[in-house]
Design a protein around this ligand. Structure first.
Ligand SMILES: Cc1cc2nc3c(=O)[nH]c(=O)nc-3n(C[C@H](O)[C@H](O)[C@H](O)COP(=O)(O)OP(=O)(O)OC[C@H]3O[C@@H](n4cnc5c(N)ncnc54)[C@H](O)[C@@H]3O)c2cc1C
Length: 389
């Protein structure tokens, strides 16, 4: 297969010259670690001090990585992406809140997003994070089978009910749901809950997707067990396959508490695990649907090759590719131009509430230097192409 992600005219077709310049400028800034650190500090301070910086944030980093402040505000962005057959996964990215009122508000929000998705042909999935429905400490306690107080027991029932409410709404409206993966110490309890949801709502088709983080060396066993159970109990499996976003935190915690880190020792080992799990899942397509969440070109080509070898249609509804909005457009738009199913996670929410998400994007791009340089190379190639053209 000939590589085709380098086509920058296709990759950036919906970007105006101004948006292209902004992206180039942003990634240039992001590539400089001290600037990101300083920018993060100053912006946090300015927001806390009530300084009028929202307009500036919105015109720069926010509009590059987010779709808008509400789902309706995202419509123009989603429609534009859809012109090129790139779909949207609206990601309500308000982070850092953790009380019962907020957890209930998230249920209302996600349920309304499911109804919203039903009316829009360009939203194939809705997504949520388990810790947006309950406290992370409680997931950890449940996952490690610690004794719960009666209050904790009641709170855990609330979490379960919240899961059921959202999944039932997705089932009633026939909208697939992606459930994000988070820190390993809360993930066992979340995995068990998602399994319950799959057993209930994935009987005939895949509506509920769990996330599998391939940087965890135990995840091949996890997927094998899950598939075995699905065959035994008669339900289908949905998996969003990613590498995993919490590596530093995971390693630090394992070191501090003195247990073996759940993360593969090297990047190469993670890549190997990721590709093996992907290959295994493709062989089980009768029972599983796959959402491949990655900016890694090799992994994306691997899936393409496997689809070719097995004669799987490009538009097979069991296979989706996914990237984050504002990143790796060369993968998304070149895939959609060829006819593959592609969607972008499109974060949205009030500017000050999505700041933690934006900070993480900036920090992640700074630490994954290879990806930032790749974005810069592609953007500069396209700038040159437009100047010459
Ligand atoms: C659509 C989408 C949805 C996502 N949803 C989630 C989610 O629900 N939960 C979640 O945790 N993440 C999620 N992510 C983020 C994802 O896990 C990765 O952090 C991110 O995509 C970078 O990995 P990559 O495959 O794109 O690229 P690459 O650049 O090839 O890989 C980088 C990743 O490799 C791993 N890695 C890097 N260095 C090492 C090392 N020294 N040793 C071992 N492993 C290493 C880390 O996981 C790192 O993030 C999502 C990403 C996308 C695109």
């Amino acid at each position: 297969m000939k590589p085709f992600f380098e086509d920058t005219a296709t990759a950036f077709a919906i970007k105006s010259d101004t948006a292209l310049e902004r992206a180039y400028f942003l990634f240039k800034l992001i590539s400089k670690q001290p600037l990101v650190k300083l920018g993060t500090l100053v912006t946090n301070f300015a927001i806390k001090a009530g300084m009028p910086v929202e307009g500036l944030i919105r015109a720069t980093v926010f509009d590059h990585f987010c779709g808008g402040i509400s789902e309706t505000d995202c419509i123009p962005v989603m429609e534009k992406m859809h012109e090129k057959q790139v779909f949207s996964v609206l990601d309500y990215s308000v982070e850092g809140k953790a009380d019962q009122a907020y957890f209930d508000q998230v249920v209302t929000k996600i349920t309304s997003l499911i109804s919203f998705a039903k009316t829009k042909p360009y939203i194939p999935f809705v997504v949520f994070k388990p810790t947006a429905l309950g406290a992370i400490d409680l997931y950890e306690k449940v996952g490690t089978t610690q004794q719960l107080t009666s209050k904790e027991q009641a709170d855990w029932e609330l979490i379960k009910n919240r899961f059921h409410s959202i999944c039932k709404a997705a089932y009633d409206q026939n909208i697939p749901l992606l459930i994000d993966g988070e820190e390993s110490w809360m993930q066992d309890a979340a995995d068990a809950l998602v399994l319950e949801m799959m057993k209930t709502y994935n009987k005939d088709q895949v509506l509920i997707y769990n996330t599998l983080q391939a940087y965890r060396w135990d995840r091949m066993d996890y997927i094998k067990d899950l598939l075995e159970q699905s065959k035994y109990d008669g339900f289908k499996v949905g998996i969003k396959l990613v590498r995993g976003a919490y590596m530093e935190k995971e390693r630090l915690r394992a070191k501090n508490y003195g247990y073996v880190s759940p993360i593969c020792e090297t990047k190469q080992a993670t890549d190997h695990n990721f590709n093996n799990i992907l290959t295994y899942m493709i062989g089980e397509l009768e029972h599983i649907s796959i959402f491949l969440g990655t900016h890694n070109e090799e992994s994306s080509y691997l899936l393409i090759e496997q689809m070719e070898q097995k004669g799987i249609s490009l538009k097979d509804p069991r296979i989706w590719f996914g990237q984050l909005y504002g990143m790796s457009d060369h993968i998304s738009y070149n895939l959609s131009a060829k006819g593959y199913n592609v969607s972008k996670y499109l974060p949205f929410g009030p500017v000050k509430d999505v700041m933690p998400y934006l900070m993480r994007r900036a920090e992640e791009n700074t630490s994954v230097a290879g990806q930032t340089n790749r974005e810069l190379d592609l953007l500069s190639k396209e700038r040159k192409r437009r100047k010459l053209g």
